[in-house]
Design a binder for this molecule. Sequence first.
Ligand SMILES: [Zn+2]
Length: 355
Amino acid sequence: MISWHYALALILVVSVASGKTALLIVDVQDCFLEANTTTGKPGSLAVPASHIIPLINQVRAEKSCLFDHVIFSQDYHPANHISFASSHGLDPFSHLGGLGGLPLMCLTPTSGSTADASCCPKIHVAPDSVNRSTTLSPPVGWNYTVNMSILVTGNTACSVCKDTPQKCFESEQMMWTDHCEQSGDSTFPPSLDKRAGDLIVQKGVNKHVDAYSAFMDDTATLKTQLDADLQAKGITELFVVGIATDVCVKWTVKDAIGGNTGSYVVTVIKDATAAVQGDQNNYNSAIAFMEAEGATVVLAADVLAMVCPVAVTTPAPTLTKNGTLTPANTAAANPVKATYTLPAVFFALVSLISI
Ligand SMILES: [Zn+2]
């Protein structure tokens, strides 16, 4: 005979397993900060963003009741990454010179994982197809095999897209400074509240493909580990902060709301984000873009004013001498955030019937 206490406990246990919330801190790393870095020097791709760290810390400290998990994304590039202008003999930010990004030819691996992805500079694959006057290109005389063999040797796209171009698709790569290297300043700043047990999702690890979004590579076809991790933890709601508003935060939010990931309700804490070069127009455009995509946009003060979810004590069942189940001493039980969802109740009842 199943007691009422056991039924209640089961319903609560099942209920709290759904609808969790995470604070997602995008790329708040030394490489993207102009100050307050581990070394005290500006980061390799510095953005005026150090002012957001105290806000992020305050939200975490004062509203920990809102977040079941805190997750950090980390731009984490190997040397000679495809996103570095120096890997192509070009100047950083040369994509802003009027010709756009550097054309690439990319493969979609059957695994669907960014770890297996590859892109190759189009001019290396099919030099005759690139018009230098209308297309961003490496300097005349640049030969990847000679000048940057590490980028093209062993790069599957460089061979497959040359022999069978129909298997590849075109993309573009913006040209950045050498930044967030695994052996460099991809580290987290000392003033950022980061704790043991926080999840870190690395992106841009594959030398042959870039990833702005914490969810996907830049071709929007290949996933990082983030979506699988969030779904495994039952997370359905995200509060997003970080760097940069108009690049990695923007594309992370778009992917979180879009159809290629799990279903997430997204809130952007806008004053806890910062734009590249502090550009207010790009910041405003990115905020409007995320709002149009379906994100709720708030200020840190709004989050700090939020009321914590109602805490209830979950009576974990204990076995008595006569074999019946009773709730544990509620004083010893941990208060947890509980949401009573119909699917959870249904599942609990089905479980009871099948016992
Ligand atoms: Zn990067």
